[in-house]
Design a protein around this ligand. Structure first.
Ligand code: GLV
Ligand code: GLV
Length: 330
């Protein structure tokens, strides 16, 4: 009996890595959208390994549908908010994810629709029209502070790129759950490594008060739910910008809409939004002119997605045959 592997989305150019294996029975959701829950619960029955995406909840219901033989769940994402790690642990199911391989993916810049909307004529170059705060230092603003809520791989890669902007002061908060001992060793190491960027660990209040740009790069889940809410936003500077490229649940959308509307902060750039994907213009944030929303494409380069799919496959194969998983969540 070959182990059954269920794949919740066709993995494009990485798919042959699974299809050519003769030692597994492969079942793949056929459509190019998140797989239906009913399809998943039905097909996962008897599976030894499953590759999921971030829209597929892995919880007790999923475990019950799969059965005792399930050994590994491999998500093609670095985030794992959709996976109930207590449930997987209870059932002895190993979990794989795709860190590192997406850290370098580019973030598309926001594109103002001025030229395409044929209104450029009314907005021709003018000294202070269409201006917003600048990230790099200038004569009139010689100091720039960036703040990171969460300071893992992606935050560090972001800071490395900010060096070219002359950032001399960077703040971060630790994870709410990390234990004090290991934190201080890690903090000392980080502060040495990013000495030139003036890296300091602070609490969330100071980070909000002092940062010109706040990057939200925490994992999602219960611990970070609405970490950026009204209280945090009210402490931010009027010319500051909030950037969230982690999970929508970390930022309270209604509070952010209010903050933008009442100009507590200057603007927001979001790759993720609470309750995504939403459709239509009714969402309070869609109406805010200084809020740029991208449809969760932070890792969307062809190269990175191929690496993520390959890592998800290597994890599931390692897990079903009891071998090493290149990226196992522990
Ligand atoms: C993207 O959001 C990911 O978790 O990979
Ligand atoms: C801008 O285009 C400038 O010439 O200053």
């Amino acid at each position: 009996n070959k182990p059954k592997v269920v794949v919740c989305r066709h993995l494009g150019p990485a798919m042959p890595q699974l299809e050519r294996r003769t030692d597994i029975d492969l079942v793949c959701w056929p459509e190019d959208r998140f797989c239906d829950r009913a399809w998943l619960l039905h097909n996962v029955k008897g599976a030894t390994g499953v590759i999921v995406l971030l829209g597929d909840a892995v919880n007790e219901e999923f475990m019950a549908a799969a059965g005792q033989q399930l050994k590994v769940v491999s998500t093609m994402s670095v985030g794992y908010e959709h996976i109930d790690l207590q449930a997987t642990a209870r059932h002895g199911v190993r979990v794989g994810y795709t860190p590192d391989v997406l850290t370098e993916a580019g973030k598309p810049s926001d594109v103002l629709a001025i030229t395409s909307q044929l209104c450029w004529g009314n907005l021709a170059w003018s000294p202070f029209k269409l201006c917003g705060p600048q990230l790099s230092t200038t004569l009139s603003s010689p100091k720039r502070t960036v703040g990171f809520l969460g300071f893992g791989r992606i935050a560090q890669a972001t800071l490395a790129r900010l060096v070219g902007f002359g950032i001399t002061h960077a703040l971060y908060t630790g994870s709410p759950s990390s234990n004090a001992q290991s934190v201080s060793a890690r903090d000392a190491e980080l502060q040495t490594r990013y000495r030139l960027q003036g890296l300091e660990r602070v609490d969330a209040d100071r980070l909000a008060q002092e940062s010109d740009v706040v990057f939200v790069l925490t994992p999602g889940g219960k611990e970070t739910y609405h970490l950026v809410g009204e209280a945090f936003l009210r402490k931010m500077k009027p010319l500051s910008i909030l950037v969230n490229t982690s999970r929508g649940s970390v930022v309270d959308s209604d509070a952010l809409a209010k903050a933008l509307h009442e100009k507590w902060i200057w603007g927001a750039g979001l790759d993720v939004v609470e309750g995504e994907p939403f459709i239509g213009g009714d969402h309070p944030l869609v109406k805010e002119p200084r809020c740029v929303i991208l449809p969760h494409v932070g890792s969307a380069t062809t190269e990175t997605r191929l690496d993520m799919a390959t890592r998800a496959i290597d994890n599931v194969i390692g897990g079903i045959f009891g071998g090493e998983m290149p990226s196992e969540l522990k």
